[in-house]
Structure formats: structure tokens, C-alpha cells
Ligand binder design. Structure first.
Ligand SMILES: Cc1cc2nc3c(=O)[nH]c(=O)nc-3n(C[C@H](O)[C@H](O)[C@H](O)COP(=O)(O)OP(=O)(O)OC[C@H]3O[C@@H](n4cnc5c(N)ncnc54)[C@H](O)[C@@H]3O)c2cc1C
Length: 387
């Protein structure tokens, strides 16, 4: 296998993991990131066994275990009376079943531990916004103002609004889904009994997920509400706590008590955008990865997990210098069906989670079976063995 020069555009979770997977195989990697520093805002993220398996293979098991929380179970509850709709064990049982743990972690902790590893073996250029990408068949160039970076291949891990996608593959724009996501944290000390499970509560037109992060010090809340009008997509857009609380008024008292304890400085809102699956992710020496090629709504908590899986498969597909286009196509073909399925089920969940009336009663009866089946195919996938 030749050692290749690779440019990765974007230092999100996908770009950092891709850089690490490639560097571990001996390739020379440079990351171009538009932000002034590599940080991830936003609070919690769920890491399921299908992606912790990849992170462990990169030697990050100890760091992850130290920074993350391992929930005992997931419980799905009904918005008005808190009754249990369905549950499934997580914790050590899931680690034993799938060979890798289920964690909750603060995004900043995950970004930090990836960044520390990446900075030991890759070049990272911040304040580097890629304007254009040119592939002349012999090498590929990323253009940043008057500066040009050249490489054997380029990976666009630059998120849902990907410039790499727009300039090389398709200029289809994301569209607003009609849902907004509130994100907020609560000091866990006030809710000691809540800290060992993932809680998912379903209600008409909205749902809430909450779970412990930051070594159990905080409870991370993600509250998704169907709403029209406001459409900004940003990790740093502050939201009015009173609006969040009003969105969940009438819900069970344990939810209103939780939201009454949100620190208003930690309250953010984000409009959820979506794109249809792309017919192709690569052309010549350029390929996409993560949200750039398959933005995934957070109704399965799998967007970052898919980017992490992509990274492992892409690195394993690369072969000789003469084969770059074929290797990238092989990666695309190995990943497309799974990511399409997860995009589709995430979209479907946007409808299922928010049902009301009789149809929600039927859903509640089927929920336990649906949860168990999904966990099997979702967590059982091994990106390290997929090619
Ligand atoms: C509310 C919410 C909750 C979620 N919860 C979960 C969860 O629990 N589990 C899970 O797996 N997923 C979750 N997701 C999804 C997950 O956050 C995303 O799928 C994931 O972050 C995508 O990572 P990425 O690296 O592909 O893209 P991004 O995180 O968008 O990173 C793209 C990077 O590229 C940079 N960039 C963009 N354009 C350029 C350019 N032209 N030049 C240079 N750099 C550029 C950006 O600055 C950024 O750093 C959630 C999403 C939301 C909104």
C-alpha cells in the first residue's frame, strides 16, 4: 500500500476521526479548518457501540472511559404521566453483547481527546476556509484565498453545508425540517436519581432526551419541537429559557422541574435541516464523509457515529496511488446503503416520536420490539470488518 498525502477539510468529529484513522495507517494528513481553533460547542453526545468500537481501535479506550458516562439503561416514557413505554439495558450488558460500550460524553471532551491525538500525527491549519477544490487528475488542490494546498486525495468532512460537495458534486441545498432542537444542561447534583439512565420522553409534536455527561456532573437535555418560522442553524445561538419552558408546559412534573433548573446561559436552540441522500459521494480524487454526504437528523443519535464509521471504512479502502478513484468509490459503495437507511429511519422517527391520539397508542405497544430490533442491526455493525 502506498503512503498517500491526504487533505481533510473540516475538523469536526468526522474530520478528526478520519485524520486519525488515515495517520494510523501511515498516510500524511493535513486538516484545513475554517474556525480559529478546534473546539466543539454544544453539550452532550451519545456514542453507541458501533462507533466506540472504532474509537477504541484508535487507542482511545482509556481516554473515553475517563471522560464519559455509561448509562445503565434507556427508558422511553409518556409525556403526560411518565409511564414507561419501553426500556432496554445499556451499561455493561451492552458492552458484553456488542463488544464495545455505550457512552454519553460532552462534545468538548470528545473533540479535545481526538484533537490531542490528531495533533501528534497530523498537520492542523485553523482559520483556513476552503473556497474551492480542483482535481486535475494527477493531484487535488484546496484553494484558500491565494494559498493552495496540494495532495493525492481530499476528504470533504465539512458538514451539512459542505463547500467540497457544492464545488465538486452537487449544489443541492439543505431544507428546514420544521423542527427545532433546544439544548441545555442542568447540574446533576439537583437530580441525583436521574443520573444512571438515558431518558427519552415522547409527546405530541415534541420529545425530550436527557442523560448525564461530564463524569456525571451535568444532565444534558435535547428537546425537539415542531415549530415554523425561526430557522437558524448554529451551535452557538442562544435560546430564551422561558420559550423552552413554555414549549413543555403541561408535561409531567418531572420534566417541568428539570427544565425549571436549566441554567439560562446553557440554553441554545438549533433549527434542524435535512438533505436527501446524495447519489454519489466521490469523484476522482475527492470524497465526502459525515454530514457532508449524509446529514442525519438526531432522532437516532447517529450522525456523529456515521461519520466515525465512515472514517474507519475510508481509511481501510485506500490502496495504491494508482487506485485512488477506485478506492474512494469502493468506500462509497460500502457505506451508502447503511447511511441511507439511518437517514431514512431518523426521518421516520421524527414522525413516530411525535405521534398523538390512537396511532400513538399502537406505537406504544410496538415500541419495545422496535427498540430491541434497532439496537441489534445498528450496534452490531462492525466498520472495522466491513471491507
Ligand atoms: C441537537 C443534536 C444532537 C445530536 N446528537 C447526536 C448524538 O447523540 N450522537 C450522534 O452520533 N450524533 C448526534 N448528532 C449529529 C452530529 O452532531 C453530527 O452528525 C456530527 O457532528 C457531524 O460531524 P461532521 O464532522 O460530519 O460535521 P460537522 O460537525 O458539521 O463538522 C464540519 C467541520 O467543517 C468545518 N468547515 C465547514 N466548512 C469549511 C470550509 N469551507 N473550510 C474549512 N472547514 C470547514 C466546520 O467549521 C466544522 O468544524 C446530533 C446533532 C444535533 C443537531
Amino acid at each position: 500500500m502506498d503512503k498517500l498525502n491526504v487533505l481533510v477539510v473540516g475538523a469536526g468529529i468526522g474530520g478528526l476521526t478520519a485524520a486519525l484513522c488515515l495517520a494510523r495507517r501511515g498516510h500524511a494528513v493535513q486538516i484545513l479548518e475554517q474556525s480559529a481553533e478546534v473546539t466543539t460547542t454544544g453539550a452532550g453526545i451519545q456514542l453507541s457501540p458501533n462507533c466506540t468500537r472504532v474509537l477504541h481501535s484508535l487507542g482511545l479506550a482509556g481516554e473515553l472511559a475517563a471522560a464519559a458516562c455509561m448509562p445503565d439503561a434507556i427508558e422511553i416514557r409518556y409525556w403526560r404521566d411518565a409511564r414507561l413505554i419501553a426500556s432496554a439495558p445499556l451499561g455493561h450488558g451492552i458492552t458484553a453483547k456488542f463488544g464495545s460500550p455505550y457512552y454519553h460524553i460532552h462534545r468538548a471532551d470528545l473533540a479535545q481527546l481526538l484533537f490531542e491525538e490528531v495533533s501528534k500525527c497530523c498537520g492542523i491549519h485553523c482559520s483556513a476556509t476552503v473556497d474551492r477544490v480542483l482535481d486535475d487528475g494527477r493531484e487535488v488542490s484546496a484553494l484558500i484565498g491565494s494559498t493552495t494546498y496540494k495532495a493525492d486525495l481530499l476528504i470533504g468532512a465539512d458538514g451539512i453545508h459542505s463547500t467540497v460537495k457544492n464545488t465538486c458534486l452537487s449544489d443541492e441545498k439543505p431544507r428546514f425540517t420544521g423542527n427545532i432542537a433546544w439544548r441545555a444542561t442542568v447540574p446533576a447534583s439537583q437530580f441525583a436519581s436521574l443520573t444512571s439512565t438515558t431518558q427519552l420522553w415522547w409527546g405530541p409534536g415534541k420529545h425530550i432526551v436527557y442523560y448525564p455527561i461530564s463524569r456525571g456532573e451535568l444532565i444534558n437535555c435535547v428537546c425537539i419541537v415542531e415549530k415554523s418560522g425561526w430557522q437558524r442553524e448554529s451551535w452557538t445561538e442562544k435560546g430564551e429559557l422561558s420559550e423552552l419552558q413554555a414549549d413543555f408546559s403541561g408535561w409531567h412534573e418531572s420534566i417541568t422541574a428539570l427544565l425549571a433548573s436549566v441554567n439560562s446561559e446553557s440554553c441554545f436552540k438549533w433549527a434542524l435541516f435535512d438533505r436527501d441522500p446524495l447519489p454519489r459521494w466521490c469523484t476522482g480524487r475527492v470524497s465526502l464523509l459525515g454530514d457532508a454526504c449524509h446529514p442525519t437528523l438526531p432522532f437516532m443519535a447517529q450522525g456523529a457515529a456515521m461519520a466515525i464509521e465512515d472514517a474507519a471504512v475510508l481509511a481501510a479502502c485506500l490502496g495504491d496511488r494508482s487506485d485512488i478513484a477506485a478506492s474512494l468509490m469502493r468506500y462509497q459503495n460500502l457505506r451508502m446503503a447503511r447511511t441511507k437507511r439511518i437517514q431514512r429511519v431518523s426521518r421516520r422517527n421524527a414522525y413516530v416520536f411525535h405521534m398523538s391520539g390512537m396511532v400513538s397508542a399502537v406505537r406504544n405497544v410496538l415500541a419495545g420490539r422496535m427498540l430491541a430490533d434497532t439496537m441489534d442491526w445498528l450496534y452490531g455493525y462492525d466498520a472495522l470488518r466491513s471491507n
